[in-house]
Design a protein around this ligand. Structure first.
Ligand code: NAD
Length: 256
C-alpha cells in the first residue's frame, strides 16, 4: 500500500535538490504533487518527469517571499486536486554574501528572511486553512542543523532564519494540533545538492574540513532527508507534532 495514497502535497522549492527528490519519492508513494518553485523551466521539467514515471503532479510558479503569489499557488493546487493535505516548506536560499553579523549587509538579511522565514509563514498562512478543510494534515518545515550548533564559518542570516523556522514550527504545532494539523521541522546536515555543491564543496580543502566533522563519514544525500519527510507526510507520524528532527550523520552530537 503506497504510504501517501490520496494525499495532495504542496512542495516548495520543487525544481531542484531535495524538493525535486521529494516530488519523485512522494509521487511514487501515491501522492498528487503541487510542485511550487520560482524557476518555471526547471519546475516544469520535474513535473514532466514525475508524470512520465506514472505520477500525478502540477507545476505552480511561485516566489514564496511574495504573499500574493503564494495565495495563488495554494488556490491553484487546491483547485487542481480538490484539497491539500501536506505543506512541505522546502524552498530556501543560502547566499554566498551571508557571513558574520559584522560583515553581512542589510540587503542580505532582508533577502534571506524574505524567502526562508516569510516564505514559510505565507505558505502556512494560506495552506493551513486548506489542511483544516481537508480534515487535517501535516506541515513539514525545512530548517537546518546550523540552527542548533554554532559554526566558525558563519552564515548568520541563514542560521538565524532557520532558528526562526524551528520556533515558528513549534508555535504552529501548538496552535493547530487541536485541529488535526501537525507541524514538524527537519534539521538536515550538509546535503549534496546544487545549493551546497556550487558553493562550499567546490574547494577540496573546504570539503575535507567539513567531512572530518561527520561521524558517518559522508555528506548527506537528498534521500536521507526526503525519507524523513515521507514519514512526516504519511499517517505514520500521526502523533509527531512540534518536533525538530535532526538528520545530520551525527554532526550535532560530535564534540571531537
Ligand atoms: N543542501 C544542504 O546542505 C542543506 C542543509 C540544511 C538545510 N537545507 C535546506 O534545505 C532546503 C532545500 O535545499 P536544497 O539544497 O535542496 O536547495 P536547492 O538550491 O537545490 O533548491 C532550492 C530550490 O528552491 C527554489 N527557490 C529558491 N528561492 C525560492 C523562492 N523565493 N520561491 C520559490 N522557490 C524558491 C530554487 O529555485 C530551487 O529550486 C532549503 O530550505 C535549505 O536551506 C539544505
Amino acid at each position: 500500500m503506497p504510504r501517501l495514497k490520496d494525499k495532495v502535497c504542496l512542495i516548495t522549492g520543487a525544481a531542484s535538490g531535495m524538493g525535486k527528490a521529494a516530488c519523485h519519492l512522494f509521487a511514487r508513494e501515491g501522492a498528487r504533487i503541487v510542485a511550487a518553485d520560482v524557476s518555471k523551466a526547471d519546475g516544469e521539467e520535474v513535473v514532466a518527469a514525475v508524470k512520465k514515471a506514472g505520477g500525478q503532479a502540477q507545476f505552480v510558479q511561485c516566489d514564496v517571499s511574495k504573499e500574493t503569489e503564494v495565495r495563488r499557488a495554494v488556490a491553484e493546487g487546491a483547485k487542481a486536486f480538490g484539497a491539500i493535505h501536506v505543506l512541505y516548506n522546502n524552498a530556501g536560499i543560502f547566499p554566498s554574501d551571508d557571513h558574520s553579523v559584522v560583515d553581512t549587509e542589510e540587503a542580505v538579511w532582508d533577502k534571506v528572511f524574505a524567502v526562508n522565514v516569510k516564505g514559510v509563514a505565507f505558505v502556512c498562512k494560506h495552506g493551513i486553512p486548506e489542511l483544516i478543510k481537508a480534515g487535517g494534515g501535516s506541515v513539514i518545515n525545512i530548517a537546518s542543523f546550523v540552527a542548533l550548533v554554532g559554526c566558525s564559518v558563519p552564515q548568520d542570516a541563514y542560521t538565524a532564519s532557520k532558528g526562526a523556522v524551528i520556533a515558528l514550527t513549534k508555535s504552529l504545532a501548538v496552535q493547530y494540533g487541536p485541529r488535526g494539523v501537525r507541524s514538524n521541522a527537519i534539521c538536515p546536515g550538509p546535503i549534496e545538492t546544487p545549493l551546497l555543491m556550487e558553493w562550499l564543496l567546490k574547494e577540496p580543502a573546504e570539503k575535507a574540513k567539513r567531512l572530518n566533522r561527520i561521524p558517518m563519514g559522508r555528506f548527506g544525500k537528498p534521500e536521507d532527508i526526503v525519507n524523513l519527510a515521507l514519514y512526516l507526510a504519511s499517517d505514520e507520524s500521526a502523533w509527531t507534532n512540534g518536533a525538530a528532527l535532526v538528520a545530520d550523520g551525527g554532526i550535532t552530537s560530535n564534540y571531537f
